[in-house]
Write a protein that binds this ligand. Structure first.
Ligand code: HEM
Length: 222
């Protein structure tokens, strides 16, 4: 999967999930991905991405099938992001986007079945089992402040209360644990690394010529 595709699926994920969560049809996650200023992120890092990037004109829910599976472990995530030029540190910083929003039970219920995931806090597992008894589409926030861009996501990983297996693996793995601890301890460092990794993502595999369009409004196809 090219990086454009990777970025694209994240964008579509944000858009489709935004439709689900109402507001004006787009989630905050979508804004941070595609709009130059992160004015929508309560308390989050401010950053400016280079202007004039061409975007595609397709945003379909089918495309979200290419999302990285939430079951990947740290080594697999390092490999996958590495194939697109990201370091392990940048991958962990980008995963910090999960400070915003929710996941549906269908994305993490495999962790609750039979032998509960050993990297999952048992009290939190019980709470999730209760929440998910309402069905696969039930939403669970990633951290205690789903609308605030902060480092509580990383604090949650330290307590084994990460929601997706792909979140908790970042703390479980010796390859990435120190990075998680660093961001949990120092929010400013997380913000800086996140904004730099987002700028990097925004400049990769930009569409050229008639394959894309420079949006007049970064939130809409022209
Ligand atoms: C590291 C690999 C990643 C995996 C495996 C992953 C997977 C997921 C999954 C499964 C969900 C929940 C979908 C649902 O149940 O509806 C989700 C939500 C979300 N992801 Fe990721 N993601 C990853 C990285 C990223 C990155 C790099 C960003 C942005 C920079 C991002 C931003 C978000 C946001 C904002 C949400 C919440 C959407 C909402 O509230 O509706 N994710 N992700």
């Amino acid at each position: 999967m090219g990086i454009a595709k990777l970025l694209g699926v994240f964008l579509v994920m944000e858009m489709t999930s935004g439709f689900r969560s109402g507001a004006d049809g787009l989630s905050m996650g979508y804004y941070i991905m595609s709009c130059p200023m992160a004015e929508f992120i309560a308390g989050g890092p401010f950053y400016d991405i280079p202007k004039g990037r061409k975007d595609g004109s397709r945003s379909k829910i089918e495309d979200t099938r290419n999302l990285p599976p939430p079951t990947l472990n740290a080594s697999e995530l390092i490999k996958m992001f590495g194939q697109h030029g990201f370091t392990a540190q940048e991958m962990v910083a980008l995963s910090g986007a999960h400070t915003l929003g929710v996941a549906r039970c269908s994305s993490f219920k495999n962790r609750l079945r039979d032998a509960v995931d050993p990297n999952l806090d048992s009290g939190f597992a019980k709470q999730l089992i209760k929440t998910c008894s309402a069905g696969d589409n039930t939403e669970q926030p990633f951290d205690a402040t789903r609308n605030n861009f902060d480092n509580l996501y990383f604090n949650a990983l330290q307590r084994n209360t990460g929601l997706l297996a792909s979140d908790q693996t970042l703390f479980a793995s010796a390859r990435t644990r120190n990075i998680v601890n660093g961001y949990a301890f120092n929010q400013a460092m997380f913000f800086l690394d996140f904004q730099q990794a987002m700028v990097k993502m925004s400049t990769l595999d930009v569409k050229e010529g008639s394959k894309g369009e420079v949006r007049q409004n970064c939130r809409k196809i022209n």
